[in-house]
Design a protein around this ligand. Sequence first.
Ligand code: F3S
Length: 114
Amino acid sequence: MTHVVTEACIKCKFTDCVDVCPVDAFREGPNMLVIDPQECIDCTLCIPECPVDAIVREEDLPESQREYLELNAQLALQWPVITEVKASLPDAEQWAEAAQKRHLLETDPDQKGA
Ligand code: F3S
């Protein structure tokens, strides 16, 4: 089992979650974080830290967010570790309200988040 970062994180990237992770399981992409399932110990500490409720236990994933289980695993292999909180992306507050953001996910680690 693992925890999964879901669609709500895209274009927000508040990073509050990173601060509480005891095993440094978060990986940083241009406009989203993911959790490395090989590192996650299911401690649940990150769940309440996310202002947009983007982090879900694998067993609680709704059908609409199931693809993020595989996406977290795949992208965690490509993206660097993040262990410190940083400023959220520009307009994160506005994007926090958006429901459909999957098409905006940037996967190339060399891209700049926007
Ligand atoms: Fe994303 Fe929430 Fe963390 S927006 S970076 S999962 S605090």
